[in-house]
Design a protein around this ligand. Structure first.
Ligand code: SIN
Length: 573
């Protein structure tokens, strides 16, 4: 393929180019609107605020996204015996040939400053035993101890608290229970399309539509996070439904590297029927010496990789998956993590994991923890620079929703919170310095109530398809099944005003609500991911295909997915 967009066989069509909602009844003007309230969005808002009016739009509360749940911490070179070169090398190695080295170097060089910045804002990182230095731990793929953590395994919660307080204290405004439906786009005097605002669906606490409005802004910062909820089992909280990526696709932007979703190797296994957000068992537990065993008591990682249990995440997840496929001891859906060498020290070092273990009647000081891989992190997204700039003037993307070239085909552990703070702060500072000119929105001729939405009841099917056919390892047949199943599900979509497809959709017309918008976004992102995974006929990083088990030189390139005017998915390199 050479830059030509193709439609992968069986890929779904009919995906909407707008989210259905009634006409807007209110408007609001700000300098900068930030969509999402995790580390990236808050960092951007905080840095822009001193000179700009800034509004954070969140469909829930400020801490409903992934940041709050991050356990491991933030990677940065802080130990004098560690080197920038070492962190760069580890990031490139994990990224399996698809990182942008220049961007990786920028991030790694700025990472220590971002830790000091967070400390100045009041973040309390765990001190090293008996000293005043910050404690540094290790995670998979790191050749040195360089992960800063807080509250043991409550690192994300501390970052969220610090940035929430700082942003609110600085006068950043927040619009809660506000679903970012679609970008509002205008045409500048030089004929260039420009993001000029966002259409918002305001909901009540149950996600029911209350009103629709428009926030006009000179800069729109998308920081909506990833899309773990596209899968049946994930470490991500319920709000992580790919809203930013689906919105970008509908606005005509390309999303890149969406075939690379990182499966965390060790998410707590709570039985065959457990779905939705599952408790993470941080890689830092293996960083502190824990070992993976199968149900027959054999080590999983011995002989698989020189770093054994601390191999990069994609390698560990694939090894667990393979071992589960062999069903040692008759067990094919989980393995065990043994951290009992830590004894009762485990409780203090990993309080959240201890709590999750106790909920299923286990004591991690004496019991092995049942674990399995689950969807964890989207390495791809809206193509953006580390300064957030995208292909559309006025539109910026930061954090997990963005694809900056830092992560390549597989993110190195704990690089993501660091990237969110570095990139978010950069975009905020740039916007404090200079904003795009104000441009009027293009005249809207479409009736957004005429477009279809996915019935919330169908979302479970999408998730089951994605976990069954597009999980840790896939092949042409499983991807074709996924594409076919998503196509059938897409055909059940129904518009609010139409009752024609009502029977098919499993009940009356589909009403605009948080759940139907999220479901439609989940379907859109799932279709994009399957299409890219179909075309990439190799295994690289966290894209693993059993029919093409090796990396292939011709695939050292990125795939861009777009949505055409008819709602069909196209892929190009
Ligand atoms: C973990 O604590 O294992 C997750 C950290 C990360 O995803 O970077």
């Amino acid at each position: 393929m050479t830059g030509t967009a193709v439609r992968p066989p069986g890929s779904p069509s009919l995906l909407p180019r707008r989210l259905a909602a009634p006409a807007a009844t209110w408007e609001r003007d700000v300098d900068v609107v930030v969509l999402g309230s995790g580390a990236a969005g808050l960092s951007a808002a905080l840095a822009a605020r001193p000179v700009r009016s800034v509004l954070i739009v969140t469909k829930d509360t400020l801490s409903a996204g992934s940041t709050q749940w991050a356990q491991g911490g933030l990677a940065a070179v802080l130990d004098p015996s560690d080197t920038i070169e070492g962190h760069v090398r580890d990031t490139l190695e994990a990224g399996a040939g698809l990182c942008d080295e220049a961007v990786v170097r920028e991030l790694v060089a700025e990472a220590p400053t971002s830790i000091r910045y967070l400390m100045r804002l009041g973040a309390a990182f765990d001190p090293a035993a008996g000293g005043t230095d910050i404690a540094l731990t290790r995670e998979g793929g790191h050749s040195h101890n360089r992960i800063v953590h807080s509250g043991g395994d409550r690192s994300g919660a501390e970052i969220q608290r610090t940035l929430d307080e700082s942003a609110l204290g600085a006068g950043v405004d927040v619009l809660g229970r506000a679903f970012a439906l679609d970008l509002v786009v205008g045409t500048a005097p030089d004929g260039v399309r420009q993001a000029v605002g966002v259409r918002i669906g305001q909901t009540d606490e149950y996600g029911r539509l209350v009103s629709v409005g428009i926030v006009n802004a000179r800069a729109v910062v998308v920081a909506c996070g990833g899309y773990g909820q596209v899968f049946a089992s994930t470490s991500n909280p319920p709000a992580v439904t790919g809203d930013g990526i689906a919105m970008a696709l509908r606005a005509g932007l390309a999303v890149t590297d969406v075939e690379f979703v990182q499966f965390h190797p060790t998410v707590m296994w709570r039985g065959p029927d457990a779905t939705g957000q599952q408790a993470l068992v941080s890689e830092a537990v293996r960083g502190e010496g824990a070992i993976l065993y199968d149900a027959a008591g054999e080590r999983v990682m011995a002989g698989v990789h020189p770093l054994e249990d601390l191999a990069p995440r994609d390698v560990v997840a694939a090894a667990i998956s393979r071992r589960m496929g062999e069903a040692p001891g008759g067990v094919d859906d989980h393995v065990y993590l043994d951290a009992t060498h830590l004894g009762t020290r485990f409780y203090e070092r990993f309080p959240s994991i201890t709590e999750a273990c106790r909920e299923i009647g286990l004591d991690p000081a004496v019991d092995r923890i049942p674990v399995a891989p689950a969807a964890h992190y989207a390495c791809g997204g809206i193509r953006a620079g580390l300064d957030g700039t995208t292909a559309m003037r006025g539109l910026y993307a930061v954090g997990e929703v963005a694809s900056t070239g830092v992560h390549g085909a597989n993110r190195l552990a704990s690089n993501s919170l660091t990237e969110s703070v570095v990139a978010g702060t950069r975009v905020g500072r740039d916007l404090a310095w200079e904003l795009p000119d104000r441009v009027s929105p293009d005249v809207d001729i479409d009736d957004p109530m005429g477009v279809a939405l996915l019935a919330p009841a169908r979302v479970r099917e999408v998730r089951a398809v994605m976990s069954r056919h597009v999980g840790v390892v896939r092949d042409a047949m499983s991807l074709a099944s996924a594409a076919g199943a998503l196509g059938s599900i897409a055909r059940t979509m129904s518009s609010p005003s139409s009752s024609l497809a009502a029977g098919d959709a499993g009940g009356g017309p589909v009403e605009p609500s948080r759940r139907s918008w999220e479901g439609t976004n989940i379907l859109t992102v799932a279709a994009a991911r399957v299409s890219a995974a179909q075309l990439r006929t190799e295994s690289r990083g966290c894209h693993r295909r059993s029919d093409f088990p090796e990396p292939r030189d011709e695939w050292v390139r990125h795939l861009d997915v777009t949505l055409d005017a008819t709602g069909a998915v196209h892929v190009a390199d």
